[in-house]
Write a protein of this length. Structure first.
Length: 704
């Protein structure tokens, strides 16, 4: 271990104070070999601190046992958490073959260490003693104690030695397979490219898509145009390309990833992960993995999850069928009565119907959504709601030139957080969008409020040689969504890091993010930043009117698509017996009642469904629809009092955003809202009418 520079020996950056603005990660100093060294030293320090705790001759107390296990940020716990945060984020946002190989090496070591901690008999005995007999605690301290005790129990602390050994093997294998799943998916997605050299095959595609494809080809040293499975490339191609055969190729490539006869096939991995999680749950005394997970969710049990999903199917399916029928009708009108619409035709003709009904498509809006203006708009929204401001600081190190780092200041001018924004697709970056942290928030023993370093990672439309980054409305919504998560992190104001920010139950964590999406179609918000990137002219009122009118275009279809994913998730994780079904056949059956379009026999969602296989949403994907009920209900308060109303926003901040997981989510929500949410606001927002007679589903209150 490097400890001194007296001999010129380099010190591992993780081992010393960062000496950067706000102690941000010194990405410019970290080398690949630093990670393993820091992991191993972090584990050593962790073990040393645990030994100190369990050998303490004093009676176990909250202060000498529980806090030692959660809040000793000046001691040995800091190193392992700081290196883990950087490493895990790089695996998703900026990985390479060497980092992937190191992850494969470290995964079993880290899983073993986590098991060693959670299955430590002497440590658990102290925690159990405190749980039974403790001083009077604050609500937050009690929450931490309960979480700590329950966390050990749910990790096998009450098992006998044989059970503990079995649990070790199961969790170690599950950890490795989750990592392999993600690495396979990234490799498969990045390996595909559609290379076009005949310009005639680009017919129908807008200039933005052509220019982006030309830039991708240039970056790969190729002539012509290259389209990839990254969303900013794939989505416009499927929406606009006239060449039906090429649309078919793209669709099949995207929807068959990780099913091919190669080393990146995820089918057996998915089967094994489902079985491993079932076995873990049953070993811990639960009938199913869903039962295990839902004990710590607002839904409470699978019955309530299915109730929500079934209620949504009942409410939305009739409209969804009408939506699909309208698209098929348009397709037959254009192509002939014998035309059979295939899945690769859906986006293409859906766009044409939207154009016909509302004279609107995403390309019309792109000129008004230039990225730098969108950034100003999103930051400006946060300022109008909460009074906070953002200032880019180029002295803060970043892990890639695409990343921007900002200092965030509260309404009184005090420092609030560091905010990183990573906007564009690239080779070593997973698809999709997410929010994460390099440092959480907590209050240390000296009373210093340590502020968070949060990051949003997205895959938005890149700038080209001809144009700046011009976004679609959907991409603006994605930005708002992830920014909502980041506000949850930035406003965190709790004593303990494990309870701060987004450390809440997973069917509550999507409320702040989905809440922010509501602003995307609000005229008063669009007026603050949507200016034409060439002329500077504001987006016309008439165009905004079309946006608002088209908001619910295909909303029912979109709802059922999310419901279908929730049904698939629950089908896997409510199984009580060993799973050995054919994945593709099982998938088609599991979500059938929410499907309103034809399913192709060879396509498969499961093998690329990162949320439920490797992303922590196993038995929890329903959370997006659960939280949608909450976000619609919450935004109705803003609509009533004004979408920029500071008093309402302050209540949302005080009661929800800053509280983290310090209290039960429903307690926090009711404190803001004044009562439990209902499904009414969501139905109203989506333009879904209740059933008239004999309706027993959508009329009753949605008890969350």
């Amino acid at each position: 271990m490097n400890e001194t520079t007296m001999t010129g020996q380099r010190i591992n950056p993780f081992f010393e104070p960062y000496n950067t603005p706000h102690d941000t990660v010194p990405f410019d100093k970290i080398k690949l070999e630093d990670f393993e060294e820091a992991f191993m030293e972090g584990i050593r320090r962790d073990n040393e601190q645990i030994e100190k705790t369990i050998n303490n001759p004093d009676k176990p107390t909250f202060d000498n046992t529980i806090i030692n296990a959660d809040d000793d940020k000046e001691g040995y716990y800091d190193l392992l958490s700081r290196v883990s945060a950087v490493f895990s984020n790089m695996l998703s946002a900026e990985t390479c073959d060497e980092l992937d190989a190191l992850a494969q090496k470290m995964q079993p070591i880290l899983t073993k260490h986590a098991n060693d901690v959670r299955l430590n008999k002497r440590l658990f005995e102290r925690i159990k003693a405190v749980h039974r007999h403790h001083r009077k605690l604050t609500a937050e301290e009690k929450r931490l104690l309960d979480n700590c005790y329950d966390g050990f129990v749910r990790s096998g602390a009450l098992l006998d030695d044989e059970g503990k050994e079995r649990l070790r093997k199961l969790t170690e294998e599950a950890g490795m397979l989750s990592l392999q799943f993600s690495q396979n998916l990234l490799k498969e997605n990045k390996a595909y490219k559609l290379h076009i050299t005949d310009e005639k095959q680009l017919e129908g595609l807008p200039d933005t898509a052509r220019e982006a494809a030309a830039l991708t080809a240039k970056e790969q040293g190729l002539d012509g145009w290259v389209f990839t499975l990254d969303y900013p490339s794939y989505s416009p191609f499927m929406t606009y390309a006239d060449d039906r055969e090429l649309r078919r190729q793209m669709y099949m490539a995207r929807n068959t990833v990780c099913t091919h006869d190669n080393t990146e096939n995820n089918i057996d991995i998915c089967k094994r992960l489902v079985n491993l999680r079932r076995e873990i749950a049953q070993l811990l005394g639960y009938k199913t993995y869903a039962e295990y997970v839902l004990k710590h969710r607002m839904a409470g049990n699978a019955r309530n999850v299915y109730k929500l999903l079934d209620d949504l199917i009942d409410a939305y399916k009739p409209t969804a069928l009408e939506e699909v029928n309208a698209i098929e009708k348009m397709a037959r009108k254009a192509e002939g009565k014998d035309f059979k619409m295939e899945p690769w035709d859906f986006s293409y003709y859906s766009h044409k119907l939207q154009l016909k009904k509302f004279n609107l498509d995403s390309e019309m809006l792109r000129p008004y959504f230039e990225l730098s203006n969108v950034i100003k708009g999103v930051f400006g929204l946060a300022n109008r709601l909460y009074g906070i401001t953002f200032k880019e600081n180029k002295d803060i190190p970043v892990y890639h030139p695409d990343v921007k780092a900002y200092e965030v200041f509260d309404k009184d001018g005090s420092y609030l957080a560091v905010f990183y924004a990573d906007f564009f697709p690239r080779k070593g970056k997973q698809g999709g969008a997410w929010m994460t942290e390099f440092q959480g928030q907590w209050i240390d023993r000296k009373g210093v409020n340590v502020r968070p370093h949060v990051s949003v990672v997205m895959n938005l439309t890149k700038p080209t040689d001809e144009k700046p980054a011009l976004l679609t409305l959907g991409e603006v919504e994605t930005f708002l969504h992830e920014f909502g998560h980041s506000l949850h992190g930035m406003f965190a104001n709790t004593r303990f890091e494990s309870l701060s920010g987004t450390n809440v139950w997973w069917d509550f964590v999507e409320l702040p993010s989905q809440f922010m999406e509501n602003f995307s179609v609000e005229k008063d918000f669009l007026r603050t930043f949507a200016f034409h990137y060439k002329t500077g002219e504001p987006i016309p009122d008439e165009l905004i009117s079309r946006i608002v009118k088209s908001r619910n275009f295909m909303a029912a279809y979109g709802c059922l698509r999310q419901v279908s994913f929730g049904l698939l998730d629950m089908a896997y994780y409510t199984k009580k017996d060993a799973f050995d079904d054919d994945i593709i056949t099982f998938e088609k059956k599991a979500w059938k009642k929410a499907i309103v379009t034809e399913q192709l026999p060879d396509t498969c969602m499961t093998v690329q469904f990162s949320h439920i296989m490797a992303g922590g949403y196993a038995a929890g994907y329903y959370s997006y629809k659960w939280a949608e009920v909450l976000d619609a209900d919450a935004f109705s308060v803003f609509k009533k009092h004004g979408i920029f109303n500071r008093e309402t926003a302050q209540s949302f901040r005080d009661n929800i955003l800053s509280k983290g997981g310090t209290e039960h989510p429903m307690t926090l929500y009711k404190r803001f809202r004044g009562g439990e949410p209902t499904i009414d606001a969501l139905l109203k927002r989506n333009g879904i009418k209740r059933k008239k007679k004999g309706d027993t589903t959508t009329k009753r209150r949605q008890s969350l």
